[in-house]
Design a protein. Structure first.
Length: 95
């Protein structure tokens, strides 16, 4: 009985650790080999303009349209623990 409780406790601690560390895996970046910050900024602005769906008084960017636009320009969205060369942060929310 004591052994079963020990195994259960170990499993519980392991699961808590996995869930706790799962959110610490990094941030989302847009990556494109050889891209510069200036190039990404220009592409990001153009995509944000394309993805704006609200009136000028209260502009709102449609996240799925913004992501589709950057993907069409050759960028790949990926979660990185450490920013690599050619990786850039977008204007997205909730990432």
């Amino acid at each position: 009985m004591r052994r079963i409780r020990g195994v259960q406790l170990t499993a519980l601690v392991a699961m808590i650790g996995v869930f706790a560390l799962g959110g610490c895996g990094g941030k989302y970046y847009w990556s494109k080999p050889g891209s510069t910050r200036d190039q990404f900024d220009a592409d990001s602005r153009a995509c944000a303009k394309e993805a704006t769906v609200s009136p000028a008084a209260a502009p709102s960017i449609e996240q799925s349209a913004y992501r589709a636009c950057l993907s069409a320009r050759g960028y790949v969205r990926e979660k990185l623990a450490i920013k690599s060369e050619g990786s850039h942060r977008g204007i997205e929310q909730f990432d």
